[in-house]
Design a protein around this ligand. Structure first.
Ligand code: DP6
Length: 329
């Protein structure tokens, strides 16, 4: 029996991943940039045991089967292929953040699973190899392997599509104030959403302009230029949602509360507050602001109609091992 446990943070994309060139390998249509979210994590333990007759999965105390287990088993198959380990595994995973709050748990889940499983299988992958492995489970998971401010290059194939750290977590004191306007389970998840991207006539324009947006965002991060960051982050989110809204069938994630936050954030910034919005495949709004503005931004968000709750997270570190034991019964 071999076992290992790892912990990883979710991340919020400043430049979004939407659509795949190769859905099976998860080679994205465009590069993306994100920030890991500190204080939030998935912690996952993987145990390979010759006594198991199938893979088993427990998430937040619940035994899961069906599509969730199949997705995890496919990821374990990759690790078994790479390592030569033939045993089935038990995977026990806990999130310390609420599900359905607009924080994608697949990023932290597949980052933690990839690190724990490869360590338990006796592999010692470097950061890029681990990022590539995590990408196969969930595209955005490759960005939860390195720490802080992270860029994922599209690459051309499995070997060249991975993420690295642009700057460590303490490079820039930003805060993600997540305004929750709905706790309902989203009807269309990201994996299905990606397959619809190419049905929008706007996707080619969004993808061909991505290198320009990535360069602007990268520069704004490296130079800690909030005004430039705010403009490009909001544009990129708006472009992704324009593609979503114009897909067949259309994906319209925004609720009235979503728009209330978008308008408020724009007005606050026009009046001098360093804050901007970005929205993933759901109705909740991530308001990125400077740490200096964050107490006021969070308080103002809580006072807006339609905002149920506000969670806050500064930039977070890389995925890491939290426990590793080999060859013990
Ligand atoms: C809108 O990484 O969740 O959050 O690869 O199918 O697991 P899968 O998709 P996922 O897609 C994330 C989409 C997004 C934008 C982003 O995080 O870049």
């Amino acid at each position: 029996m071999t076992t290992a446990a790892a912990q990883a943070s979710p991340n919020i994309a400043l430049i979004k991943y939407w659509g795949n060139r190769d859905p099976d390998l998860r080679i994205p249509a465009n590069g993306s940039i994100s920030i890991n979210l500190d204080g939030l994590h998935t912690r996952t333990q993987v145990t390979f045991d010759p006594g198991y007759d199938s893979d088993r999965l427990t998430v937040n105390g619940q035994n899961l089967s069906g599509p969730a287990l199949q997705r995890v088993s496919r990821q374990l198959d990759l690790v078994r292929e790479m390592s030569g380990v033939g045993e089935f595994a038990r995977v026990v995973s806990e999130n310390n953040f609420p599900m359905g709050a607009g924080i994608a748990s697949s990023a932290s889940a597949f980052a933690a699973l990839s690190l724990a499983a490869s360590t338990a299988a006796g592999l010692d992958p470097d950061e890029a190899e681990l990022s590539r492995l995590a990408r196969r489970g969930s595209g955005s998971a490759c960005r939860s392997i390195p720490g802080g401010f992270v860029e994922w290059q599209t690459g051309e194939d499995d070997a060249s599509s991975f993420a690295w750290s642009l700057a460590p977590a303490d490079h820039w004191a930003l805060v993600d104030c997540l305004a929750i306007v709905s706790r309902e389970h989203k009807p269309t998840g990201s994996t299905q959403g990606h397959t619809l991207a190419d049905t929008s006539v706007l996707q080619p324009a969004r993808v061909s302009d991505a290198p320009r947006r990535l360069a602007l965002c990268r520069r704004a991060v490296l130079e800690r230029d909030f005004e430039s960051l705010a403009e490009i982050v909001e544009l990129d989110s708006n472009l992704m949602h324009a593609v979503m809204i114009s897909s067949s069938p259309p994906l319209l994630y925004w609720q009235p509360g979503t728009l209330a936050v978008m308008h408020a954030v724009r007005a606050w910034r026009a009046a001098g507050t360093q804050a901007c919005y970005t929205i993933d495949a759901g109705p909740n709004v991530h308001v990125i602001c400077t740490q200096a503005a964050s107490t006021q931004v969070a308080a103002r968000l809580r006072a807006l109609p339609g905002v149920l709750e506000v969670l806050t997270a500064p930039p977070g570190g890389p995925a890491r091992l939290v426990e590793s034991r080999q060859g013990q019964a």
